[in-house]
Write a protein that binds this ligand. Structure first.
Ligand code: NAD
Length: 494
């Protein structure tokens, strides 16, 4: 029954490139295979774009731009609102599709549909509120008008870990602002974006306003687009390493850029924390998306007075986690995205243990019966992780919870800030003044104070330091796709 449902859904997902409002195959007829990481099986073959296809997508976005920019804000808003409504109708399809191609448990995939959908609703509401200002210049002789204009055609590049939300978080503000886009989803999870493009088409999207290409050669197809003088904006979510490369390419055309990059989030538990809340928060911050989130807590910095109790409680919770394919009831630990991710978790845990960390649970590739060829890694807890361990420096991107004890507040702050990343931090304390001090001292663009998840379409999501540039969501999100013009008019009385 489930298998029939999956086959029927996969058959409805387009397998072509979406360019200028048409679905077409790749010019050289190449195909890209998409896998289910829980089974290792190929679930669908789709078009594998070449640079010529990328150029066609850029042509379509450039051609559609003037008319879309001139479309009344209300009409743009209504398109996004219809897309939001259609997403609610198709939410089970989207959730199942993400579980199939990315591996996250179905319950979490449903959560992502809700979160991803909020960007459509939020930015449909923001569309009509793009405002400028008008005033006399200080000398009183002229009038100053400040107006906002769409930046132009945009290239959006998204990662595999949140296939729907990363796409809507970029497409919705771009369309709201009056920009047209070319979007390139990750080659590991392209189906959700293709299915979303179909939804936009059903919602009445004008031709060329959103164009999608899927490819196994991301660099070769996207670089000419980034160097195309008609492109005015690049918005990227992914690793810091690729982000740096794209910033270099974007510098040539002095493109506007938004970069949502890697993280190494500290999760600080003080001895005055409510431990029940801290443990619940830790489980959310660490194991959501099987640890594969840029916002995943990477280092648990726990006061020595409560470290043992905290470790005991999280270990107890983790030992109850069910591992398996995300479609099964009660699964919390789905597969990691690929074999490289499993190898990385193994290496980081191995290095930490070699340097003196204690392994409290987990630490092995998933071997439960019936898991076949899937890329599973057990939920793992390490404590007494020693300074200098790789796991404290690198993004784990897997279900491994690493605890580092501390003695003083200053020491906790120093450990938390000892990273080139600065996306998000989590702090658990019942002291208001300590919480306020942490807001001042922790070098991150976002902070969860006694909560383990901060993502929210109404808030400015983004990082400090090497975690990125710009913000997605909130009142700030639309400004990433707008440019300001100041006009001085002559004295109307002269
Ligand atoms: P990645 O950098 O490998 O890939 C991201 C996207 O870039 C994919 O679509 C990929 O195909 C594409 N890409 C890769 N090389 C390219 C090139 N040379 N030119 C153009 N495009 C290229 O990252 P990933 O493994 O897909 O995602 C995981 C990373 O994303 C983690 O570091 C995670 O922290 C980060 N991430 C950040 C946020 C955020 O909002 N800050 C959100 C989700 C994920």
């Amino acid at each position: 029954m489930t298998e029939d449902r999956e086959t029927e859904l996969l058959a409805r997902v387009p397998d072509g490139l979406f360019i200028g409002g048409e679905w077409r195959s790749a010019t050289d007829d190449q195909q890209l295979r998409v896998f289910d990481p829980a089974t290792g099986r190929v679930v669908k073959k789709i078009a594998d774009a070449s640079p010529a296809d990328g150029k066609a997508a850029m042509d379509a976005a450039a051609e559609a731009f003037p008319a879309w920019a001139a479309t009344p804000a209300r009409e743009r808003a209504e398109l996004l609102r219809r897309a939001f409504d259609l997403l609610q109708e198709r939410k089970e399809d989207f959730a199942l599709l993400m579980t199939i191609e990315m591996g996250k448990p179905l319950a979490e995939a449903r959560g992502e549909v809700a979160y991803g959908g909020e960007f459509l609703r939020w930015f449909s509401e923001e569309t009509a509120r793009i405002q400028g200002r008008y005033g006399a210049n200080p000398e009183g002789t002229g009038r100053m008008i400040v107006s906002q204009h769409p930046v132009g055609p945009c290239l959006l590049i998204t990662p595999w870990n949140f296939p729907l939300a990363m796409a809507t978080r970029k497409i919705a503000p771009a369309l709201a602002a009056g920009c047209t886009v070319v979007i390139k989803p990750a080659e590991l999870t392209p189906l959700t974006t293709l299915y979303f493009a179909k939804l936009l088409e059903d919602a009445g999207l004008p031709k060329g306003v959103v164009n999608v290409f899927t490819t196994s050669t991301s660099g070769a197809v996207s670089e000419p687009i980034i160097r195309d003088p008609r492109l005015r904006k690049l918005s990227f979510t992914g690793s810091t390493q690729v982000g740096q490369k794209l910033l270099e390419q974007a510098s040539q055309g002095v493109l506007r850029t938004s970069m949502e990059l890697g993280g190494n989030a500290p999760f600080v538990v003080f001895d005055d924390a409510d431990l029940d809340k801290a443990v619940d928060g830790a489980i959310m911050a660490k194991f959501r998306n099987i640890g594969q989130a840029c916002t995943a807590a990477n280092r648990f910095i726990v006061h020595r007075g409560v470290a043992e109790e905290f470790a005991r409680r999280v270990t107890e919770r983790v030992q109850g986690f069910k591992m398996g394919r995300g479609t099964e009831d009660g699964v919390i630990i789905g597969p990691l995205i690929d074999d490289r991710a499993v190898a990385k978790a193994e290496e980081l845990v191995g290095d930490a243990v070699e340097r003196g960390a204690q392994l409290l649970t987990g630490g092995r590739r998933g071997t439960s019966d019936g898991l076949g060829e899937g890329t599973f890694y057990e939920a793992t807890v390490l404590t007494d992780v020693q300074a200098g361990s790789d796991i404290l420096r690198e993004e784990i991107f897997g279900p491994v919870l690493a605890i580092v004890p501390f003695d003083t507040e200053d020491e906790a702050v120093a450990i938390a800030n000892d990273t080139e990343y600065g996306l998000v931090s989590y702090v658990f304390t019942e002291s208001l003044s300590r919480g306020q001090r942490m807001i001042d001292k922790l070098q991150t663009g976002m902070m969860g104070l006694n909560v383990g998840v901060v993502s929210n379409a109404a808030a400015p999501f983004g990082g400090w330091k090497m975690s990125g540039l710009g913000r997605e969501g909130g009142a700030e999100g639309i400004h990433e796709y707008l440019q300001t013009k100041y006009t001085l008019t002559a004295d109307p009385y002269a």
